[in-house]
Design a protein around this ligand. Sequence first.
Ligand code: FE2
Length: 385
Amino acid sequence: MDTNNSTAVLDPGTGSNPNATHPFKLKRIHHVQFLVGNAKQAAFYYRKAFGFSQVAYSGLETGNRDFASYLLEQGKARFLITTPLRPASAEAEHVGRHGDGVFDLAFEVDDAVQAYNAALARGARPAIEPHSIGSELPPGSPGTVCRAAIHTYGDTLHSFISYHGFQGVFLPGFVEAPLPTEAVGILRIDHAVGNVELGAMDEWAAWYSNVLGFKRFISFDDKDISTEYSALMSVVMSDDSYSIKFPINEPAAGRKKSQIDEYLDAYEGPGVQHIALLTNDIIHTVTALQANGVEFLRVPDAYYQLLPERVGTIDETMARIQQLGILVDRDEDGYLLQIFSKPVEDRPTLFYEIIQRKGSKGFGKGNFRALFEAIEREQARRGNL
Ligand code: FE2
């Protein structure tokens, strides 16, 4: 990513309030919850294909008549895979409308009640009132976990979760259900990207600034992200520590249908487009993922002929990078390596990025064109370009 480019700007004033104060601290992304049609099989996929280990379970056998939920972990990344067991629930409607997808990007905070109230005071739309999970005790009671949630784009939630001396596994209602799997080297979630409607990106950037105190880290416009056929715009919102990064994309006018439009059609609205998983050995991680059957986008070989000139010397062997289909980009801070999976759902919606950072804090701007042309070839195969 070339941050010297005039279109890549830090804190341009729109969508980022320089006087924003932080009413509550987000300690980390606690987990990402997926709502799916068959959690047992989805959990198996993330274990066998992506190297997550199962840690905990909640379902009929544990007295949970409403959901089957599997907690998977790799490094600090936690995926909660859930199937609603009853048809008349918001969660079941979510699966029906969107297919399998991300329901909740949940944060851990010190005090979920305070975070929820502060978010509402700053304009957030309430989703779930503060309560002690699995208990009638008032929020914050000793031995409990408090949860509350607000709406973000589409039907996606941000939960606030706070621990108040709870001693059990994960969350109340869960039991240990260890199924260790050989990891592929994923360390944590690097960023999670939302797709929103045309014209809504700046609104949501302002929302993250006003409600959560995020800063506009960087923006890309349609000059950065366009091909012959389609374009998109993107803004990266980040917390102060730069550990929680949420880019937001919107489609831009092009000659043909943008990949963002394809997503919005397939998902029936805004939602999480991709989750980037951080590794410190992308060659090892991608070799393992490909051996496990995870399918990645490929760029033409011409990309690799131009690569040495574009990024200079890198630690990795070029031949291996090309063989695996890994992309490389360099900026003034260093370089990054990244690769993108094909959608992991039948609808062309959610996909994954594997990323290794060697100094660069960017998002691979130098790869956008080659990458989006690769996406368009897949769109055309689906009859959606
Ligand atoms: Fe990304």
